[in-house]
Design a protein around this ligand. Sequence first.
Ligand code: SF4
Length: 313
Amino acid sequence: MGYTHLFGPVSSRRLGRSLGVDLVAYKVCSFDCVYCEVGSTTNKTITRQDFFPPSEVEEELMRFFSGEPSLDYLTLSGSGEPTISLSLGRVISFIKTNFPAYPLAVLTNGSLLWDREVQQELLPADVVLPTLCTVDEETFQKIHRPAPGLTIKKIIGGLRNFRRIYSGEIWLEVFLIPGINMDRDHLSALGDEIRRIHPDRVQLNTLDRPGTEPWVRPASPQELQDAARSLGLPGAESIHPAATHGPRVRAPADPASAVVEMIQRRPCTVEDIVQATGLHRQEVGKLLRTLSRDPRLKTKREERGTFYSWVGD
Ligand code: SF4
């Protein structure tokens, strides 16, 4: 029996071997970022709601953890913005009660951190990973194309408030897009704001998989280094392309479903699939050849290789 709300474990560039827990439907988000690797937002909202009964997630988690898996993190992320889900607090507390040995991370765009309920629900998580790309309203609108009512001022206010009450770690992502948010003055102002927010880590990220808009290109390693200097944050880390983390995972019982499940959520190269599933490279190639008879399998050539995605269903 497969999983509907869990995916992976995947090899995450920021969190190592991570089991994804998806609390929203495809593709519900408060943003429609030009660099999104999940696809265009079809339901742009900040109205919190439930997309399915949280007991479904709890049942899948109990089943998954009966095998005592080896993981670096359990991560709330997936098809959109997890804090929009009204089940956020319940699922976080279920995980911390039943699987306390596993660190819990929440990947969020940070757009609802001003909401008192969201803040309280996130408190038991070990790490919260929000995004902040700019302090300038016009650039914010251009990059994130947010739901009505969201402004960069509101989001920064939420980040500052959350930092004050949250004792876990905040790893702030700065997503860099050449030509949009990388000029020196812009980055210097962003660096000043980040110092005020005081996250535990600052991680510079750039495009790694095909984004929503074809004009978005990745920053080069040199551009990332220059950006770190302009931000004036000596400890800022660059997130490197997907790499191997830890021992190989045990190959899944149903490889075809595991591969489809994975590429349904994010475009992946053969190497990404090999790392995440533990399948042999030749077996992945063979599976993809078989799957390519189905029109839902799409491919796109990028700098890092050919990316496979599964569209429709
Ligand atoms: S990148 Fe994240 S925040 Fe932006 S549209 Fe995609 S899922 Fe939403």
